[in-house]
Design a protein around this ligand. Structure first.
Ligand SMILES: [Zn+2]
Length: 390
């Protein structure tokens, strides 16, 4: 797990970090150049070259060996992924004005004492400890965001914290206007997007940007850059608020329910269309990950239910109905007369499907009473393939 904290480097420490980044960026670009000229820069070959280069150049020796080696390791991984992972491009040059500083340190390269993060070559930075680290970290990524803020993201272990047994069971259906519809309406999670106040302030900043925009080819004005920074700050603020809401929501669900049945939503089916839809899909993806993580950590049974037919199946009699028009918000069963909100009915169907499969073992494939055939995956431990860390 990653635990991220704000860093408050002084002027000297910030200069040192930027200098370190420039050296690492040089190495990265050198590796990209080698690849482009057909030299096959494997991590092994690159680190040999690094050792030779450090012997030769003082300016390279002035930087941390760990940070430089980790840059090459990251490069090696990015190159490998560009061959093995679909839609991944070859690593590209990192340009000075566009790329943001990122430095990686393993245990040999950092330590924490007196509340400060100590990096090689005498760099020491105060950390804002907004919460405690659950265990000693094994590595850290020091990076700067587009607003100029510095962060330290520690990789650390967080053990399961089984919560007291409870009886409740809940079903969750994902949606665009309401991110999560639960069987229990008090656990619904409305889609926040940018909060009202944030949205108004953001619109103001964007209007200012368009007023101050200069024609192409001219350097942007200070007023334009100010407004741009302001807009970025507001977007970041909204994102942080949404993360917080998602965590609080997930915790409340994990605290009160032993069985959590979740629609196994796969964003890529929907995300091809509009921007708003994309944002809503991204929100679902992140909230779903949070819910699965806090559910499994609390020792709850988290069941991922395939979304097929959940909106069409009656949660009372399990009879499948005709496909609902997307604008139709009410589900009506022609068989038993059950009427419910479309999403609420789907949430109940998801819960019912999970409960029917509850007795099963880890990977159960069940043929339920026809015509619904469902495959349920019961999650018993963290680390779900395809959902795991970033
Ligand atoms: Zn029915």
């Amino acid at each position: 797990m990653r635990y991220t904290y704000r860093l408050r480097p002084g002027a000297a420490a910030e200069r040192a970090l930027v200098a370190e980044w420039n050296r690492c960026r040089f190495l990265w670009n050198e590796a990209v150049y080698q690849q482009q000229t057909g030299k096959r820069p494997t991590y092994h070959r690159l680190s040999k070259m690094l050792t030779a280069a450090r012997g030769q150049f003082t300016w390279l020796r002035d930087g941390s060996r760990v940070a430089q080696q980790e840059t090459l390791r990251t490069y090696g991984l990015a190159l490998k992924h560009s061959f093995t992972v679909k839609d991944r491009n070859r690593p590209a040059f990192k340009k000075r004005r566009v790329s943001l500083p990122t430095l990686e340190y393993t245990l040999r390269g950092f330590s924490i004492h007196d509340g400060r993060l100590h990096l090689p070559k005498g760099v020491s930075i105060p950390v804002v400890w907004s919460r405690d680290l659950p265990s000693p970290p094994t590595s850290v990524r020091v990076y700067q965001d587009s607003l100029g803020h510095w962060y330290a993201s520690f990789v650390t272990r967080r053990d399961a914290e089984p919560a007291p047994e409870v009886d409740g069971a809940i079903g969750i259906d994902w949606g665009v206007s309401t991110t999560a519809t639960a069987t229990d309406p008090t656990h619904d999670l409305p889609y926040a997007g940018h909060r009202k106040r944030c949205a108004a302030e953001l619109a103001k900043a964007q209007r200012k940007m368009s007023r101050r925009r200069r024609p192409r080819g001219q350097a942007p004005s200070n007023g334009y850059m100010d407004a741009k920074r302001q807009a970025a700050r507001l977007r970041k603020k909204a994102a942080r608020q949404n993360t917080h809401t998602g965590r609080t929501w997930a915790k409340a669900i994990a605290d009160n329910h032993q069985l959590i049945a979740v629609e196994d939503f796969k964003p890529k089916f929907l995300a091809r269309s509009r921007m708003a839809r994309k944002a809503a899909d991204a929100a679902i993806g992140s909230v779903k990950r949070t819910l699965i993580a806090s559910g499994t950590r609390a020792g709850r049974t988290v069941v991922l239910v395939p979304p097929a037919y959940t909106t069409m199946t009656c949660s009372k009699c399990r009879e499948r109905q005709a496909r609902l028009d997307l604008a139709e918000r009410t589900f009506r069963c022609a068989n038993c007369g059950h009427t419910a909100d479309r999403d609420r009915n789907a949430a109940w169907t998801i819960l019912a499907t999970a409960e029917r499969n509850r007795a099963g073992a880890d990977d159960v494939s069940h043929s339920l009473s026809p015509p619904v055939r469902v495959v349920v995956r019961v999650l018993s431990e963290p680390g779900i393939p395809g959902l795991g860390g970033r």
